[in-house]
Design a protein around this ligand. Structure first.
Ligand code: NAG
Length: 581
């Protein structure tokens, strides 16, 4: 076992802790290294709780990502409508020229930084159209967005994570237009982008300012493009697709799991070889506009056992393959899919294990909670993505307990009273609440409609924020904990606690990469359950030291910023930002 890698000046405390540990808890150390997966959760009847944070998010949040280092999320929709609820401030003048031929100006902001504590808005100025685009974070926690509409389709844009920063845009970077494409973070913190309308291929994102000459053909996206039969040539409005915003997850072996419509493969991003093809997930279509939800389930790390790490993908909901046609052409809204498929992607002979949600859901968001459970929220029970193409908003989130016994994993929670239909988003905040924003099912901003363009932002408190278990919340002492992690190294977290002794069996330490959320897809979302090497209680009165192992390599956790949480009896601490590189 290595010595504690204390980067801060707390060596005396650590030394005291070690001496104390050697005398009092030595026998426990060895037991606890090998104690696996025993942490139990307190279960309460608390169904969760909603609160309204603000009436005006400035823009209707079609895209959202939490930015490290700031207390803020980045939210944006599109420039195409030339309208929002927040004007460009004087310091961002001149206005954007919306139409070069007519000289029409657009003096609205279409992207904002949003303080999730105070609801304060900072208007940003974007020139290219971000409509239905993608995004992700660099190793330094800065934002890289890809694609969009028209002038935005081949754009790569950058936003440094700082209070005063604004966009840098490179409109002709990509070889192909990327509208409804999926961005994924690779083990070296670079990006790839997959698909988009009419683009059956992928690209590697070049360094800032450079351009791509060509994309790499990717037949899966072509083969899974649904069209109505007997329409020749296929008309755009009769094209159903179901292959847009494909689900892309980085597998612990460094390959990419890619799911489109009902098929999936594993792609080696270095050799461009398709390593394997998985069984079809039956039951309907899962990608835009059929818009199911998907997550790579928490990766439980093991000491020095890289090869044995399990990777499971969960896909829930979606729509029958022709649902979009009925919604779009006949305003007939078919029930969404109610099933989930769960697949062990590194198993030699994996099969989809099917489970049933309490109700059907399309256009939902699937967020991994700091506890490792999954929250499904937003969306509708009938119809599909696209304008005015869904009904029966699904107002209640559903908690999915990833470790629970099959048949008792789902629990429907307290409903909101705000429908979050097409173009709505969610994000997990450091305090464990879920930020919920957006919903715009119109071609423009429309407030007098059954489902108006939504500018209200809510927070949802999941059951683990039940006030009656608040005493179990550990408080991370950020200044006394390691904030920069190295691959494969041990690091230390100090927590202030009500407990005299932290029972290691009831303790979980997790690390969460905040995703870019749009259209029901949460790009590059992942959560790691770390190995706890030792817990030394009472290094100071009421302060405990947790020594954990950082992930072994970028295939498990690409370099960048993560939210680190200490979970005790199923109750997560407020998390702290750590950077691994
Ligand atoms: C998979 O999707 C295609 C395209 O929608 C469909 O034709 C096919 O029947 C589906 N396969 C299964 C097994 O559901």
């Amino acid at each position: 076992m290595k010595a504690v890698n204390a980067t801060k000046s707390h060596r005396i405390a650590d030394l005291m802790a070690i001496i104390y540990g050697v005398i009092c808890i030595l026998p426990l150390l060895f037991v606890s290294i090998y104690a696996a997966d025993k942490a139990k959760d307190v279960t309460t009847s608390f169904p969760g709780q909603w609160e309204l944070l603000t009436d005006n998010s400035g823009v209707s949040a079609m895209h959202l990502i939490l930015l490290p280092k700031l207390n803020k999320v980045l939210m944006y929709d599109a420039t195409i409508w030339r309208i929002s609820k927040i004007a460009l401030p004087p310091e961002k003048m001149p206005c954007r020229v919306a139409n070069a031929a007519t000289g029409e100006l657009d003096c609205w902001s279409h992207s904002v930084l949003f303080d999730y504590d105070t609801a304060k808005l900072t208007a940003l100025k974007i020139m290219t159209d971000t409509w239905c685009s993608s995004g992700g974070l660099t190793v330094d926690g800065d934002f890289v967005g890809i694609g969009g509409y028209k002038d935005g389709a081949t754009t790569v844009r950058y936003l440094t994570s700082c209070e005063e920063c604004d966009w840098r845009e490179y409109p002709r970077t990509l070889a192909q237009p990327r509208w409804y494409s999926t961005q994924v973070t690779l083990p070296d913190a670079s990006f790839m982008v997959f698909g988009g309308r009419g683009a059956y291929d992928y690209e590697y994102i070049p360094p800032e300012g450079q351009t791509n000459k060509e994309a790499i053909f990717f037949p899966l996206l072509k083969d899974t493009h649904d069209r109505l039969p007997n329409v020749q040539p296929p008309l755009v409005e009769d094209s159903i697709e179901n292959n847009l915003y494909p689900f892309v997850h980085l597998s612990p072996d460094g390959n990419l799991f890619i799911f489109s419509n009902n098929r999936s493969i594993l792609l080696n991003p270095k050799t461009k070889q398709i390593v394997r093809e998985y069984p079809i997930l039956p039951g309907g279509s899962r990608n835009y506009p059929a818009s199911a939800m998907s997550a790579l389930l928490p990766l439980r790390l093991k000491l020095g056992k890289l090869k044995k790490i399990n990777a499971e993908v969960l896909i829930c909901g979606g729509a029958p393959w022709d649902s979009f046609y009925y919604a779009e052409k006949h305003k007939k809204f078919l029930p969404a899919l109610q099933d989930c498929g769960r697949l062990q992607i590194l198993d030699p002979n994996p099969v989809w294990k099917i489970e049933k949600m309490p109700a059907p859901r399309v256009m939902g968001d699937m967020m991994i909670l700091p506890t490792g459970d999954v929250l499904m929220l937003n969306g509708a029970k009938t119809g599909t993505s696209a304008w005015n193409d869904a009904e029966e908003p699904y107002l209640a989130p559903v908690l999915y307990r990833t470790k629970g016994p099959k048949g008792s994993r789902f629990r429907e929670l307290a409903p909101s009273n705000i429908p979050r239909m097409y173009h709505s988003v969610a994000g997990v905040l450091p305090d464990g609440k879920i930020l919920v924003a957006g919903s715009n099912t119109h071609d423009g901003y429309e407030y007098n409609a059954k489902y108006p363009t939504e500018l209200r932002v809510e927070k949802f408190s999941p059951p683990y924020l039940d006030p009656s278990v608040a005493g179990l919340r550990q408080q991370i002492l950020v200044e006394a904990s390691d904030e920069v992690l190295s691959y494969g190294q041990q690091f230390s977290i100090k927590v202030k606690s009500n407990e005299r002794i932290l029972n290691k069996e009831e303790l979980t330490v997790t690390m969460y990469a905040p995703p870019f959320t749009t259209h029901g897809i949460s790009m590059s979302q992942r959560l790691l359950i770390l190995v706890i090497v030792e817990v030394v209680s009472d290094v100071f009165p009421g302060v405990h030291n947790i020594v954990a192992g950082a992930p072994m390599q970028g295939e498990l956790a690409p370099p960048g910023y993560y939210l680190l949480s200490v979970v005790y009896n199923g109750v997560p601490s407020v998390s702290m930002w750590v950077q691994i590189k």
